[in-house]
Design a protein around this ligand. Structure first.
Ligand code: NAG
Ligand code: NAG
Length: 644
């Protein structure tokens, strides 16, 4: 008897445990389904959805009912022939019938992600089915929860606040066509704060005329924050003209926007960051420029919202977007010799920022969308800019359109694993588009150089795209679109870090120093390319990622000053290296470059006063030439040319 009773009891026990487990699971699911039905959406995310599982929260794809009429939007992405489908969306496992009832959630199913043994709820919705990548989602648990701006203050500011009128008077009398193309405003977000995201959405709805605005398309790039889950779905479902789709994998800016483009219904795409506020009348000028020429990529003037005070600051006009040889993007004031007839006139630029951008949807897709090989964030808009110019388009800022962007320093961008992602994205750009000019980049970004030495990016598809579109080469770009960019010569014997024998330090200009120049310093050699300089054939000692600053003498000090463009340099800016002694001679004064470091007894040379870290007593000086190690220099070449 006991022989069969023990297993029998165990079976009963197992049965009850199973029943208990099932009830808990059912309750949990019910709670998930009905949790927020009885609550009004909070104006600030005080009520956050409690996570039920340790893994990512529920994932859903919420589609507007209009999607049902367009079956190709579910999983086709046929227009994106140059993109790999699985880069954008998870390949649907099963096709779900199109439901005539609720357009939203269809069914829920528990599944285990085998990679990390995490439970997650998988949601099917109208033909979309996701699979979770355990590694991807794990990584983003480490994303910092802080936003890098004053969220408390933002929560107190109305979601409908209006920006002050700052447009040029000429813009106020402009008339735009009645038959402008329709726009989809695509807003990708990843763990954005509630108030900044919703203020962006309402600002678009409040300022864009209904007849031109097809939709606001929110694309959730796998956010983890609770308020962006069902609370947001619920909120958005009450807004007319707003759709929300969620990605099942963290795509980064490039992938997320390409996904948005594939889903968008409007003729013109407006990519907008998830923390913007639009100025009245911002959309029409952009649409008009695109309607006139479908290969135009246009940007508004991007004003700044102060991250601490949420004060609105208008940006000075005119300016234009450019990039340097580290492939970093900047806005720069338009030089005086470029005369503008009117301050309402669009200005063509070599590059545009990624924060707000409008372009024709078909042009965007035909020119290859964003590079799907680019991860997370960084360099994707510079790549797009170069590609648009080379493959038949153009880029410009339209000054009658203004949109403000929250200025902030998102802390999680600076996590170590994000750092080489920037480099990897730039390597893709350099390898695809810069041809032999790419070495100019690698010499100024040694991390990228070392990554490139040990691995090759797979740019097969992008090169194929470049060939099939018949794009021009980068040399053409430099001559025709961006002739102001100085092209370094980087002679092997007189470029690299300028190393001083006497101090063991390198010539340095502090990062964050004025872009217009200032006193040169000495600092430990970094070996990362930031201290790269070049003595070119004109005798200029060029510094900085754009090579636009030159060593000059100012009394006894050596300073950086903007180099002269299009004319032979003044002797004030010219230098000569004496190979035998390693001395660097300033042609105007015939004095020698000397390094002074504020440790030991060397301050005596300065007149003997003030010891310690006074920057006025440290740096690069012009002194009578003498055979002294502090006047002995050589260029450290960090770059290993791999012959490719
Ligand atoms: C905005 O303008 C104020 C006053 O002119 C200035 O103090 C502040 O630094 C500016 N903020 C930004 C983000 O530019
Ligand atoms: C590079 O990508 C292409 C298509 O995207 C693929 O066919 C090829 O196998 C890849 N090459 C390598 C070396 O991974």
């Amino acid at each position: 008897m006991t022989l069969w009773r023990r297993p029998y009891r165990r079976m009963i026990l197992c049965f009850w445990v199973l029943i208990l487990a099932l009830s808990v699971a059912t309750l949990a699911l019910l709670e998930l389904l009905f949790w927020d039905k009885n609550q009004t959406p909070p104006s600030s995310p005080l009520h956050r959805v409690q996570p039920l599982f340790s893994g990512p929260l529920e994932l859903e794809v919420m589609l507007d009912s209009r999607d049902q009429d367009k079956p190709e939007y579910g999983f086709g992405l046929t227009q994106l022939s140059s993109l790999r489908e699985d880069h954008l969306l998870f390949v649907p496992v099963t096709q779900v019938r199109t439901s005539s009832t609720s357009p939203r959630m269809e069914s829920y199913r528990m599944m285990k992600s085998s990679a990390k043994k995490q439970s997650a709820v998988r949601v099917q919705a109208i033909g979309d089915m996701g699979r979770l990548d355990g590694r991807e989602s794990d990584k983003h648990k480490y994303a910092l929860k802080k936003y890098g701006f004053n969220e408390v203050l933002s929560d107190r500011i109305s979601l409908h606040r209006r920006l002050p009128e700052v447009r040029d008077p000429e813009c106020l009398v402009e008339r735009y066509s009645e038959s402008l193309p329709s726009a989809s405003v695509v807003i990708c977000f990843h763990d954005e704060a509630w108030s900044t995201l919703l203020r962006t959405v309402h600002s678009v709805l409040d300022t864009a005329p209904r007849k031109h605005l097809r939709e606001v398309l929110l694309v959730d790039d796998l956010s983890q924050h609770g308020h962006l889950k069902s609370v947001l779905s619920e909120y958005v479902s009450r807004l007319e003209g707003v759709r929300l789709v969620r990605s099942m994998r963290h795509l980064g800016v490039a992938g997320c926007r390409s996904l948005g483009a594939a889903r968008a219904l409007g003729e013109v795409l407006v990519f907008m960051d998830s923390h913007c506020e639009c100025h009245g009348g911002w959309l029409e000028p952009l649409l008009e420029r695109v309607a006139q020429d479908r290969t135009r990529v246009v940007s508004p003037i991007i004003d700044v919202i102060d991250g601490q005070t949420f004060q609105y600051n208008a940006t000075q006009w005119p300016h234009r977007g450019v990039f340097d040889w580290r492939l970093d993007f900047h806005w720069e004031p338009l030089s005086q010799h470029k005369h503008l007839d009117s301050s309402a006139e669009p200005v063509r630029c070599p590059a545009l920022a990624g924060s707000i951008l409008a372009l024709d949807r078909h042009f965007f897709l035909s020119v290859g969308a964003y590079d799907p090989g680019m991860q997370l964030w960084g360099a994707e808009h510079t790549e797009l800019s170069i590609r648009v110019w080379l493959c038949g388009g153009s880029m410009e800022v339209v000054p009658c359109s203004r949109v403000a962007h929250l200025g902030r320093h998102h802390t999680h961008y600076h996590l170590p694993y994000h750092q080489d992602i920037q480099q990897r994205n730039k390597i893709r750009l350099a390898e695809t588009w810069l041809e032999s000019y790419r070495n100019i980049y690698y010499r100024r970004d040694m991390l990228a150089h070392f990554i490139r030495q040990s691995e090759s990016p797979n740019i097969t598809e992008r090169v194929r795209l470049k060939t099939s579109l018949g794009c021009r080469n980068f040399h053409w770009f430099l001559n025709n679109i961006y002739p102001e960019l100085y092209v370094p010569e980087d002679p092997p014997s007189s470029s690299g870090e300028l190393y001083n024998v006497g101090t063991g330090y390198c010539a340095d200009y502090p990062i964050g120093g004025s872009p217009e120049g200032g006193a040169m310093d000495v600092a430990p050699c970094r070996g990362n390319g930031y201290q790269h300089c070049e003595l070119n054939s004109l005798g200029e000692m060029r510094w900085g990622p754009a090579g636009r600053l030159c060593f000059a003498g100012l009394g006894e000090r050596v300073i950086l000053t903007p180099c002269l463009a299009n004319q032979p340099p003044h002797t004030k800016l010219r230098w000569r290296v004496i190979k035998l002694s390693g001395q660097v001679v300033h042609l105007e004064t015939q004095r020698c470059l000397e390094a002074v470091k504020d440790k030991g007894g060397e301050e005596r040379d300065m007149g003997g006063h003030q010891r310690g870290g006074n920057p006025n007593h440290r740096g690069l000086f012009l002194r009578p030439c003498a055979r002294h190690p502090r006047q002995q220099w050589h260029f450290e070449q960090l770059f290993i040319h791999n012959g490719a």
